[in-house]
Design a protein around this ligand. Sequence first.
Ligand code: 13P
Ligand code: SF4
Length: 345
Amino acid sequence: MNIDAMARKLKRYLPDTVSSDDLQQKAELACEILALKEEKNAVILAHNYMSPDLYYSIPDFTGDSLELSRKAAAADCDVIVFCGVAFMAETAKILSPDKTVLIPAEKAGCSLASGITAEDVRQLKARHPGVPAVTYINTYADVKAECDVCCTSGNAAKVVAALDSETVIFLPDEYLGRNVARQSGKRFIFPSKRPGAGDEDAPDGSRMIGWQARCEVHEQFTTADIARVRDEYPDVVVLAHPECPPEVVDAADYAGSTSAMIQYVEASAERRFLILTESAMCENVAAAMPDKEILPHCRIRCPHMARITLENTRDALKYGRYAVTVPEDIRRRAVHAVERMLAIG
Ligand code: 13P
Ligand code: SF4
């Protein structure tokens, strides 16, 4: 695509407040990235939380964590550039160890992934021998290596059901765990501090032993936000990501992964939506569906996703940085959990 065509494309998706100089600069940058991508035989994967200038210009594929894991596993290229956070790029490396996987910003973290360590999982498993451990994909490779299977927001309930076990360990997102426990008919409990001291040791019922990490974006949404918006716009359809607190998911009309929410809005005959998730995705949906009104209320940007820009994606390809590495002994154990999830669906 030439620079003029790219500028025209970006104009369709970016707000009118972006000046023509800015538009031209972004178009030049995007075209430079596309040329480098060609030269390096690279594929660019971009999460739904990328900002509209990046999301609508350079990716080969966009999607949620599950879709991007599938693309990473199947990618036919030498280099994968992952426009997302570190655990996502790491998952791509786990699945494609022979490819160079680059993340444009080295420190693009995630409050869930940093909320648990491999040692935490080892201790939990030692206290619950034989109990399968499910890890949300928002964890680092050493945590995945200790777990039996991975899940994403798009398939968590299905993964838990596939284990066919009364008790499961579900890590590390407390709210996703609580939401999935309810779907799965399990009682959500926290691990006790020492063996025999808490209700995780009680023999009754179907239990999900959870953890206390939270997404720093989704934990901020409240039922008061929803009530306020419903008051002002009685016809609004409210969508929430399952990392939101359970009472927020309850008060919403639909909960699903980032891609599931996009598809919901696309397929809906309704006109007005409140999407309780990361703000760049709301902008992307609003830009792609001008016939729908995506309310600008309650918008929160993920500071980690926001680190990825067109500029550092260009530099990633130009200078081969930052290459993701996973020690082979950890990768070999972590890949089981990820592949098992992909096989479940
Ligand atoms: P999805 O898998 O639904 O895209 O979620 C990823 C994420 O980090 C949500 O905050
Ligand atoms: Fe992590 Fe939340 Fe950011 Fe997603 S939005 S990457 S879960 S901190």
